[in-house]
Ligand binder design. Structure first.
Ligand code: SF4
Length: 217
């Protein structure tokens, strides 16, 4: 039952919103930088930070390692917690430099569990960031979940409203075929639904494309 309904919900979202073309970036390293910067902040603010890094020629692993930490923090100020995020960027780049000679694609050759364990071992990289890197940069099938996923799928009646990250991820991965394109698009569509309809305080249930599947109305 959840399997069929999950696919139906996906179809409804895709029909309503169309492909979301995630992740918006020029290359895989930019995806990683975006995945680190986007935590707790809107994408518009991440774009500003990435534009600043590009303008200064700093959107590369070696450049991030070489630049002064405070200068890096100032360039990504729009993303909140910019001092911590500057450290996270440097931590990631240092790890790849020390363990893979600066080549992210050597990390991408690892199995998903090994890659995930390595990413999570880097200070400041949490499950959502690690999984975003694996799905969107390495193009390997792991389902990314977030606060939108929890809000929507608890309101739909599939998950408790205090569902943990791993519980949400298991739910999707055990009920959907392991398909990179499906996982890529489904997460992006969930984010779109959460932003435009299933809002925190006043969800727009009457116009919601998946209202027929929702236990909240
Ligand atoms: S019907 Fe309302 S509560 Fe249910 S998913 Fe849509 S917006 Fe959210």
């Amino acid at each position: 039952m959840p399997k069929e309904t999950l696919v139906k919900i996906y179809d409804k979202l895709l029909e309503a919103f169309g492909p979301q073309h995630w992740w918006p970036a020029d290359d895989d390293f930019e995806i990683i930088v975006g995945a680190i910067l986007t935590q707790s902040v809107s994408w518009k603010n991440v774009e500003k930070a990435i534009d600043n890094l590009k303008a200064k020629g700093l959107l590369s692993l070696d450049a991030i390692l070489a630049v002064d930490k405070d200068k890096l923090a100032a360039l990504i100020k729009s993303t909140m917690y910019y001092n911590q995020k500057a450290l996270k960027l440097k931590n990631f780049c240092r790890y790849i430099k020390q363990n893979y000679g600066g080549d992210i694609y050597s990390l991408f050759e690892k199995s998903i569990p090994n890659m995930r364990a390595e990413l999570l071992s880097i200070k400041g990289i949490g499950p959502e960031t690690a999984d975003s890197i694996i799905l969107y940069a390495a193009a390997k099938p792991i389902f990314v979940v977030d606060a939108y996923t929890r809000r929507i799928f608890s309101r739909l009646g599939f998950l408790p409203d205090d569902a943990k990250y791993s519980q949400m991820q298991d739910f999707f991965m055990s009920n959907l075929p392991s398909d990179v394109n499906l996982f890529n698009e489904y997460h992006a569509l969930i984010v779109r639904l959460g932003k435009d309809y299933c809002k925190n305080k006043k969800p727009l249930c009457n116009e919601c494309p998946v209202k027929n599947h929702c236990s909240n109305i």
